[in-house]
Design a protein around this ligand. Structure first.
Ligand SMILES: Cc1ncc(COP(=O)(O)O)c(C=O)c1O
Length: 302
């Protein structure tokens, strides 16, 4: 097995906020230095089951954007397992410029081949997937963000006896796999809140296909759109790191925690509620974000 169960429990840390609500964060980001957070669990069954089948020519193909945490994670798995990987990257314009992008440089260093796909073609990924599967019948094709039924099963591993103790379970949402797994496998009395990093109205439908549970709600947490980083987001992430010693990244976890803090302030959570946020990793994205911020002469994420 390439992806193992962790030898030690993933820590749950209290964020001391001095409010009538108790706030905690589960540090899934610590699970692996290169395959961090929800990526580890979304890939867990996808990869282990594929490799257990002893494919003749193992090959892992997946999809993602230029700064994708999922692309970084799959390339790291390929490197660890000694398997060839192919990343279908959104945006033909990146072809001559990938060396300027730390995520893509990391993927290349891990031996991942990169194929740049124009945005229109990328939108029709199902067609591309069909084509790739016929070209490479032995390959494992993992969808964008790693989200599929196997990923949902893997997310179950983020829940344990300790997480049963919380009234609210919070996670950032991109492609919907993580929240689907949390909703599917949490306790009956727990409420799940998904903080949407992307303004995508079809997300609820996607999640409803991945889980039969209707115990979740979705809150827009995109702060103006996917990947947009406002000065208030940077300030929040930097203050959070200074106050609590925990790093957050600007696309998913930073925006989620900022929103949660706002909701606590507004009295969203009833008194004495215990709120657990999942730190879903993705810290590799900070370097790329800082390069963009630097070009705009803006403050950097520390
Ligand atoms: C750091 C981080 N958090 C949260 C998410 C959202 O997960 P999902 O795509 O399963 O909704 C992602 C995307 O995979 C991510 O990279």
């Amino acid at each position: 097995m390439i992806l193992h169960l962790p030898a030690q429990k993933i820590p749950i840390q209290e964020i001391p906020i001095d409010k009538k609500v108790k706030l905690f964060i589960k540090r899934e980001d610590l699970i692996h230095p290169e395959i961090s957070g929800n990526k580890y669990w979304k890939l867990f069954f996808n990869i282990n089951t594929y490799l257990a089948g002893n494919p003749e020519k193992p090959y892992i193909i997946t999809f993602g954007g230029a700064f994708s945490n999922h692309i970084a994670a799959v390339s790291a798995v390929g490197n660890l397992a000694g398997i060839s990987t192919l990343g279908m990257i959104r945006g033909e314009e990146l072809k001559g410029k990938w060396r300027e992008n730390p995520t893509l440089v990391f993927a290349r260093r891990n031996g991942m081949n990169l194929q740049f796909v124009n945005r229109e073609e990328y939108r029709h990924k199902e067609k591309l997937t069909e084509f790739l599967q016929s070209e490479f019948p032995d390959a494992l094709i993992v969808p964008e963000g790693g989200t599929n039924k196997e990923a949902v099963e893997g997310i179950k591993m983020m829940l344990n006896d300790e997480t049963k103790d919380f009234d609210y379970l919070c996670t950032a949402v991109g492609t919907g796999g993580t929240i689907s797994g949390i909703s599917e496998f949490c306790e009956e009395n727990q409420k799940v809140i998904g903080f949407k990093a992307v303004m995508d109205n079809s997300l609820e439908e996607t999640i409803n296909k991945l889980t039969s549970k209707r115990n979740f709600s979705l809150i827009d947490s995109s702060f103006g759109g996917y990947g947009k980083i406002k000065d208030e987001n940077i300030r929040f992430i930097n203050d959070f790191k200074m106050n609590y010693g925990i790093p957050l990244e600007p696309i998913y976890t930073g925006k989620m925690m900022q929103k949660v803090f706002g909701m606590i302030e507004e009295g969203y959570f009833p008194e004495n509620s215990k709120v657990l946020c999942f730190h879903t990793g993705g810290l590799q994205g900070i370097e790329g974000a800082n390069l963009l911020l630097e070009k705009q002469n803006r403050n950097l994420i520390i």
